[in-house]
Design a protein around this ligand. Sequence first.
Ligand SMILES: [Zn+2]
Length: 373
Amino acid sequence: MQLTFHELNDKINIGNVDDGGMKMSEFKELYLSEYMPKSELVVEEHEVLLPKFPVIDVHTHFGSVLLGPDYEKFFDTEEVVKKFKSFGVKNIVNLDGKWGDELIRSLNKIHPHEDFIITFGSIDVTKLDDSDFESYVRKTLHESKERGIRGLKFLKDVSLVHKDKSGKYIAVDDPRLQVIWATAAELGLPVLIHIADPVAFFRPVDRFNERYEELSAHPNWSYHKPGMYTFEELLDMQENLLESNPDTTFIIAHCGSYPENLGYVARSLDRYPNMYVDIGARIAELGRQPYSARKFFIKYQDRILFATDVSPLNPCYPIYYRFLETWDEYFDYSDEPIPPQGRWKIYGIGLEDEVLEKVYYKNAEKVMRITEE
Ligand SMILES: [Zn+2]
């Protein structure tokens, strides 16, 4: 017979002197989902509502990616711009510009706030097998640039959702896509690309998976499925992409795809001068390894771009500012009662002004060539 933890402990405790404390059996068995411990640690806390320097957020979604096809009706651009500015943000990059009529629609929605909302476009990679794919890419990118895009964005769907005619998932380093990277370089458009996801999303979903709770809430986020590229294969493609296109500037989203392993990201940054990283939606990862993260930010202060990965409805800047600017210890990275990316807390990394200034806006200005004008 298998005993529960409580029954086992009560058995062990039989015969112990009653010391007035509670017995194991008086405790209620809890499901993991019910457990929400409150820290009793008493340490300094700082609310950082405004950043020390103006901020450019290079990773936001003001279009269909987070809000769905009717995204326009969910926010009033004027109000949202005011709200974002109230957090000390001087520019945001909307990555959902897409191409063609969708781009026009997206630009209409943000008008007349183009000075605040910078738009990145994209390419329909599902046209990859079309005989005129190359001319489609060149024409679209030239047109989109004329309409005002400042860069390109590719979602993780390139390799994790879309398949080519042969039924294989499109590899991000597929030579047929080369025309995109080459044209982007010609037109001076940086490419922000999301390649992998948290490494645990590619591992078996079992009791050892550190994102089990997150995956059980979003089962479709697991890529541990036959036929899908593995995490390691995606990283190989990422390196190949960087290596084969030295003239194209890549911002590899979510801390270079591998915030769990900053040593790996550091080696990539050393090897590929055309690589930058954004920190969008990854302070939970960075903040749980504050010593490594601080060293990483200091060493690669010219290559890291501030980002949050938010929609217009949920700006969450103060927590990023607290992580980057303070030495606060053991705080929540999210307002949700159960930390959504994993049951841990984070620590601030107290960056110096010189580093903050670059990460907050100077690197983004350099990459998007804003300072040249
Ligand atoms: Zn995103």
